[in-house]
Design a protein around this ligand. Structure first.
Ligand code: PEP
Ligand code: MG
Length: 302
């Protein structure tokens, strides 16, 4: 089976009837780039930037972050690298952030919420990302969005950082701005949100947790935490529809993106980008090449 997969490694990601799909990879740092390139990933759809913070005893400096982002962008050689801004809190905490213990951390002070309230941390990261954009195709993505104002504030800070770097004469490339859709609120508001960003990436891990009110870390909830739940799939379809209406890209980067039994369902919803762990790239490429979208029009299976 491994040899069969290697045979399809260099084939394009197209369905039998020629629809192109972008197969991206999820990574935690530059050390994962080799695996992405080895399986011919079209880009990095989710760079979980918090790992660079979790490895340390104190805040990483702008230069440390820049160096990791630059390395990743350079080694991806012009393929897109979507850097998700800090998604710390809940399960991923570091003591030096000095964040108080909470009764409901998944619904607490985390991710973009921390970045908006602690702008010095956010600005340092944004500076590093914009600086790295001169060395490849870098995009930025904000996690855990629930409200329009959060996106407006985050974008305003990103534009400020860009202007500041311009004044300093630092070279930069074009940077697309996107958001994760991983709260029911963001999915429901996706029509409005689509007017504000360049792309969506649907985080099914958290979207499932918040839609079903089922803690993704609680093993006792295995029968209840169901990413294939019709409520979750309908939200995904709705987000894809709103993205298409607004003419922006929508991909899926949660674990569900790697489920081959849903690939056809997602493509029929209009999803054209899937971002998965590098080890799922080849099996998913194989799956995509088996699918023919024209056979059963209008059957979204949801
Ligand atoms: C998600 O929530 O689906 C996601 C991709 O982000 P993370 O798993 O890092 O929370
Ligand atoms: Mg998430």
């Amino acid at each position: 089976a491994a040899r069969l997969l290697l045979e399809i490694r260099d084939l394009p990601d197209v369905t039998r009837d020629g629809t192109r799909v972008e197969l991206y990879a999820n990574i935690g740092g530059p050390e994962d780039v080799e695996a992405v390139l080895g399986s011919r990933g079209a880009g990095v759809g989710l760079f979980r930037s918090e790992f660079l913070y979790l490895e340390k005893e104190t805040y990483p400096t702008e230069d440390e972050l820049f160096s990791a982002y630059r390395q990743t962008a350079e080694r991806m050689g012009g393929r897109e690298v979507v850097i998700r801004t800090l998604d710390i809190g809940a399960d991923k905490t570091a003591d030096y952030f000095g964040i108080e213990k909470e009764a409901n951390p998944a619904m607490g002070f985390r991710a973009l919420r921390i970045c908006l309230k602690r702008p010095e941390i956010f600005r340092t990261q944004l500076r590093a990302i914009y600086r790295a954009s001169a060395y490849g195709k870098v995009s930025v993505m904000f996690p855990m969005v629930a409200s329009l104002w959060e996106v407006e504030e985050a974008k305003a800070m990103a534009f400020q950082v860009r202007e500041e770097l311009e004044r300093e004469g630092i070279p930069m490339g074009h940077v697309d701005l996107g958001i994760m859709i991983e709260t029911p609120a963001a999915a429901i508001l996706s029509g409005e949100l689509a007017e504000k960003v360049d792309f969506f990436s649907i985080g099914t891990n958290d979207l499932t947790q918040y839609t079903l009110a089922a803690d993704r870390q609680n093993d006792r909830l295995d029968d209840f935490y169901d990413p294939r739940h019709p409520a979750v799939l309908r939200l995904i379809a709705y987000v894809a529809e709103n993205a298409q209406k607004a003419g922006i890209r929508a991909g899926i980067c949660g674990e569900l993106a790697a489920d081959p039994s849903l690939t056809e369902v997602f493509l029929k919803m209009g999803i054209r980008e899937l971002s998965v762990s590098p080890s799922f790239l080849l099996p998913l490429r194989k799956r995509i090449r088996e699918i023919c979208l024209e056979e059963t029009e209008n059957d979204q299976g949801v």
